[in-house]
Design a protein around this ligand. Sequence first.
Ligand SMILES: Cc1cc2nc3c(=O)[nH]c(=O)nc-3n(C[C@H](O)[C@H](O)[C@H](O)COP(=O)(O)OP(=O)(O)OC[C@H]3O[C@@H](n4cnc5c(N)ncnc54)[C@H](O)[C@@H]3O)c2cc1C
Length: 413
Amino acid sequence: MAIDMAVGTPTIEQFREQARAWLRQNAPARTAVRDEHDVSVFHNLDHDAELEVLRELREWQRLKFDAGYAALSWPTELHGAGLPTEYADAFKEEETAAVAPTRHELFSVTVNLIAPTVRIYGSDELRSLLLPGLLDGSLLACQLFSEPGAGSDLANISTRAVREGDEWVVNGQKVWTSGAQFADWGQAIVRTEAGSKRNRGLTTLMVPMDAPGVEVRQIRQMSGGTSFNEVFLTDVRVPDAYRMGDVGDGWGVTRATLGFERANASNKAGVGGSFEQLVDLARRTRSLSHRDVRLALADVRMREIAAEIALRRDKRARDAGEAPGAAGSMRKLQWVAKLNRVSDLARTLLADRAVADLGEPGTFSWNAHVLGAPGYRIAGGTDQIQRSIVAERHLNLPPEPKVAESRSWKERP
Ligand SMILES: Cc1cc2nc3c(=O)[nH]c(=O)nc-3n(C[C@H](O)[C@H](O)[C@H](O)COP(=O)(O)OP(=O)(O)OC[C@H]3O[C@@H](n4cnc5c(N)ncnc54)[C@H](O)[C@@H]3O)c2cc1C
């Protein structure tokens, strides 16, 4: 049964009951689920297997969308259910308990980062064009932010867009674009004012990834997968109707997307090896009774519990209408530290079996956690950048000196 609003808004308990019943009937029997020994942080699948994961996620999203569960806290006129955010949180909990955690970075970027940005900054026309598809799983969108010369220092981007009539002509290169090879759209930050300085003169465009002049080249990672790409943009024509926010306001739009990213980063069920899988590994390597191993396991579990408490605290603040501030950065740092503690212990337990595949299930596979975990120290803003955010915005320490602030991006080293 989908959400029953016949007698007004259900109480949260009634809603949970309805959601559980719906999930019992509709939760998919997955074929592309992770096997019990999959502890990967990023997909290390071939192209077809990755497409199959996306197909299953799209189908599941479509089912949720049709039943009203896809955008519970969004307003009804924007395809949502108009319920308070605690209902969306409750559904997420029930869904996590009922559905095997198949995941894909591009899916999460589409639904959790780009859809809410389009909701805030898209024109009515752009919202009608994109929001139904971004919410029901039929359209996938990637983030075209980083460039070879602009990562942490994103304000240094040099991809240019020049206005010609009702269109923008875009030229430049983006890099590390997660999922670009499967994306229908890309949210691009481009420089629209020649000679502008730092974060001024930037604009956000939604670029159709099949437009002439868009070329996607996959990057092979040390873990074996190809999660991200280089994207070359050569004379790509983008209608002005696909612009988000005002001309020159691209920085504000991008910061909003990055804010959604940080708030989501600490909330990724099913990324990497779990505490339970780590305990299992300790048991199988006959190390569970070792004092240092037990202490390290306790440390991982404590970090998980601390992260759950922090998430609940920040959700309460959000529901009370408080701005997120540096909370997302703090939670991302906490989560990344936990991922890396899991790596440390897995490496210690496996010793040489971590580097040579001896055919024993659940051993060498930890490589996909150990080699993938450092990626999240970088993705969505590096650890150092998150620390600067916490220092400046939470602890009110003096800001980092902006030495090159007065120079245009072209003059900067
Ligand atoms: C898994 C993954 C997925 C990604 N997905 C995407 C995506 O979909 N779209 C996209 O646009 N980008 C994506 N990125 C790119 C990511 O946003 C950048 O890699 C990141 O912002 C860092 O930029 P950089 O690689 O240029 O490193 P740099 O900015 O060159 O940093 C190099 C080192 O210097 C440090 N450093 C830099 N500036 C400072 C400072 N001011 N203070 C202290 N230390 C500093 C950094 O912390 C880092 O250790 C992804 C990256 C990863 C790893």
